[in-house]
Design a protein around this ligand. Structure first.
Ligand SMILES: O=C(O)CCC(=O)C(=O)O
Ligand SMILES: [Fe+2]
Length: 204
């Protein structure tokens, strides 16, 4: 896969093996419009997940959209997709075209302020396959995104800007974890969309 061409690599882009970051995938204005549409129109829920045998309320809002058969288990939480929203379909088309791949679902995350976060994890569920390509879009408040190697502990920190596209692919989920930490500084809201291709294991 080739995401960057010599002459159109935007400033501060990052391309290291299986992690590609493109800050200006969308203009600020377009990113603001997507942010508002997502905040106002997606069916946000604060889910409970099981962690170490305990029910925990997750520190962010989530919504799962996709094709009807793209059922997903996320941290022990079975998610049945909501039917596609037009804004999500538009963004999905752009990503599919750019990355020359297909997505059948998206996990939307809404971080309302600096107290909302996502802990260390890998998106390595069986249903994603061994080397999933995940397209991660950011709209609204920029936030720090951390990646940590599972064996060496090597850390990479990126600031995900509004309108940026981050692609996680290849062996990234096998070898690395990632997280979106809380901040002590007050922050505005951020919407993140992670487009995925879920394999329906029951019917295969
Ligand atoms: O909000 C982000 O940038 C990360 C989201 C994420 O890792 C996920 O949805 O699995
Ligand atoms: Fe993730």
């Amino acid at each position: 896969m080739k995401l960057f061409h010599k002459n159109d690599t935007p400033p501060e882009s990052y391309c290291q093996g299986d992690l590609l970051y493109w800050p200006g995938f969308y203009s600020n204005q377009q990113a603001n419009e997507f942010y508002s549409a997502c905040v106002e129109q997606l069916e946000w829920r604060q889910e409970q997940i099981k962690m170490f045998g305990k029910q925990v309320t997750i520190p962010r809002l989530q919504a799962w959209y996709g094709d009807a058969d793209a059922k997903y288990k996320y941290s022990g939480l079975p998610l049945t997709p909501l039917p596609w929203h037009e804004t999500l379909l538009t963004i999905k088309e752009h990503c599919q075209k750019q990355l020359n791949t297909h997505f059948n679902s998206v996990l939307a995350n809404y971080y309302r302020d600096n107290n909302d976060s996502m802990g260390w994890h890998s998106d390595n569920e069986k249903q994603l396959g061994l080397q999933p390509t995940i397209a991660s879009l950011s709209f609204g408040q920029e936030r720090k995104f951390c990646v940590k190697h599972k064996c060496s502990g090597e850390k990479i920190n990126l600031t995900l800007q509004s309108g940026s596209l981050l692609v996680m692919q290849g062996d990234l989920q096998q070898n690395w974890q990632h997280a979106l930490p809380k901040s002590t500084k007050p922050l505005q809201g951020r919407v993140n969309l992670t487009f995925r291709n879920i394999h329906n294991l029951e019917s295969s």
